[in-house]
Design a binder for this molecule. Structure first.
Ligand code: GNR
Ligand code: NI
Length: 164
């Protein structure tokens, strides 16, 4: 089932999500809905909070990498900060350049069965990990923009939203 995606400035996007504790059929169904919603919206990642579910959970499918289910993810930055043209399904229609994303991370997470696993990600996939982990802690990529870029983007965004 495709679920509606929350849009900034919805305060629910600013809440910190809780750890997943129950690895049951309900979790599997939620993960299926998240992939369906992400592909429908043509995104490369989606955190549960974006559909109003405050669990530490995200799905990703970036370029040629495998589909990933990140349950209770954590990452360690290994690489250097890189400039990136970044967007978010919860700030629709906008993109802007961040400079804080590391180009290489090691990720520790659980899969949908609760089994711990690790992988390394680089480039856009590394950025996506950081973007989804931010969502899980109530943060958005616009928080990483310079003040000038952030206010310019929000002005354009609000104008677009008033227009409908
Ligand atoms: O679809 C998405 N594209 C994207 C581009 C650059 C950096 C991060 C992303 S993630 C985003 C989907 C989304 O909003 N995930 O939370
Ligand atoms: Ni996002």
């Amino acid at each position: 089932m495709i679920r509606p995606i929350l849009a900034h400035p919805d305060p629910r996007l600013r809440m910190v999500s809780r750890p997943v504790e129950h690895f049951d059929d309900k979790l599997r169904a939620l993960v299926d809905d998240m992939f369906e919603t992400m592909y429908d919206a043509q995104g490369i990642g989606l955190a549960a909070v974006q559909i109003g579910v405050h669990l530490r959970l995200a799905v990703m499918h970036v370029e040629d990498n495998p589909k990933r289910v990140l349950v209770n993810p954590e990452y360690e930055a290994l690489g250097e900060p890189m400039p990136l043209d970044e967007g978010c399904l919860s700030v629709p229609g906008m993109r802007d350049r961040t400079k804080t994303r590391r180009d290489w991370v090691r990720v520790r997470a659980q899969d949908v069965d609760g089994t711990p696993y690790e992988f390394e990600a680089r480039g856009l996939e590394a950025a996506c990990v950081q973007h989804e982990c931010d969502h899980i802690d109530g943060k958005l990529y616009i928080d990483h923009l310079t003040p000038v870029r952030r206010s310019r983007l929000l002005k354009r965004y609000q104008k677009e939203r008033e227009r409908g």
